[in-house]
Design a protein around this ligand. Structure first.
Ligand SMILES: [Zn+2]
Length: 233
C-alpha cells in the first residue's frame, strides 16, 4: 500500500473470472488483512463458450453463479453485475455513470482494474478489458470526485476520492504482490468458473507458471503484478 490506510477495495473488471485470473491472490490477501472487497463486473460473460448447444441467456445465469461462488471462496463482500453484453462493451455516458455510481456508493480507497493499453499479451488486450479499465480510470478521476459530474446521482451517491489504483500488469510492473500463501485459494476460486474450462489441470499449470514468472524478480514462489497510480490528495 502507498503508506495511506486502505480499508475498502474495489475490483472493476469486464467479465466473470477476470478478477480471479489477474488479482485473485491479491484479493484473498486484502480480505485476510481485514479489508472489505467489492467486485464490479461490467458484462455478463454471455459469449464465453464453445458449446454449440449453449445460449447466451443460459450462459449469463451460469456465469453469474460461478462468479458468486468464486467471490465467496476469496471472502469478497459483494458482487455488482452491470449486465452488459459480452464483447460489446462501449465507453458510453451510461457506462461511465454506472461505474461512477458504484465507486460513489461503495467508496473504495483502492481500485484494482485491468490494463487500458493494448499490449503484446492478447488476453490482457481483450477489447472489453481495455474499455472497462479506461472507463474505470475516467470515473475515478474526475467523474466520481466532482459533484457536478452526473448530478442525477445526488443525493444518494455523494462524490468520492479514490486514493490509489492498481492496474493488472505483466511486464515490468511497479508492484509485485507475493501470493505464495494464497495461491491454492486463487486456484480454488478460479476453478469455480467451470463453464470456462474443459481441462482445469491445463489452466492451473499455466496460471502457476505465470505466477512463478511474475515472482522471480522478488524471489516469491508465486506473484501477481500491478502498475500503481497514487492519486494526489
Ligand atoms: Zn475477460
Amino acid at each position: 500500500m502507498a503508506g495511506q490506510k486502505i480499508d475498502r477495495v474495489m475490483v472493476i473488471t469486464a467479465h466473470p473470472d477476470d478478477s480471479e485470473f489477474g488479482a485473485g491472490g491479491t484479493v484473498a490477501k486484502h480480505v485476510k488483512e481485514g479489508r472489505e472487497v467489492t467486485y464490479v463486473i461490467a458484462t455478463n460473460g454471455n459469449k464465453g463458450s464453445s458449446d454449440r448447444t449453449m445460449t447466451p441467456q443460459r450462459l449469463a445465469t451460469i456465469r453469474e453463479a460461478e462468479q458468486r461462488n468464486a467471490a465467496r471462496v476469496l471472502g469478497v463482500e459483494r458482487v455488482e453485475f452491470l449486465g452488459h453484453e459480452d464483447g460489446e462493451l462501449e465507453d458510453t455516458r451510461d457506462l461511465r455513470r454506472e461505474v461512477t455510481r458504484q465507486i460513489r456508493k461503495w467508496r473504495p480507497d483502492l481500485v484494482i482494474t485491468m490494463q487500458p493499453l493494448r499490449t503484446k499479451n492478447l488476453y490482457a488486450s481483450h477489447r472489453d478489458h481495455r474499455t472497462i479499465s479506461g472507463v474505470a480510470l475516467d470515473c475515478i478521476y474526475p467523474l466520481a470526485r466532482d459533484h457536478m459530474a452526473f448530478p442525477e446521482l445526488l443525493p444518494e451517491c455523494e462524490p468520492h476520492k479514490v486514493r490509489e489504483v492498481n492496474l493488472m500488469q505483466w511486464d515490468d510492473a511497479d508492484i509485485v504482490v507475493d501470493i505464495s500463501e494464497v495461491m491454492d485459494l486463487k486456484l480454488k476460486a478460479l476453478a469455480c468458473h467451470q463453464s470456462q474450462f474443459q481441462d482445469f489441470a491445463g489452466v492451473e499449470e499455466r496460471v502457476r507458471e505465470r505466477a512463478a514468472t511474475l515472482g522471480k524478480t522478488k524471489r516469491y514462489a508465486f506473484a501477481e503484478a500491478f502498475d500503481r497510480i497514487v492519486m494526489p490528495r
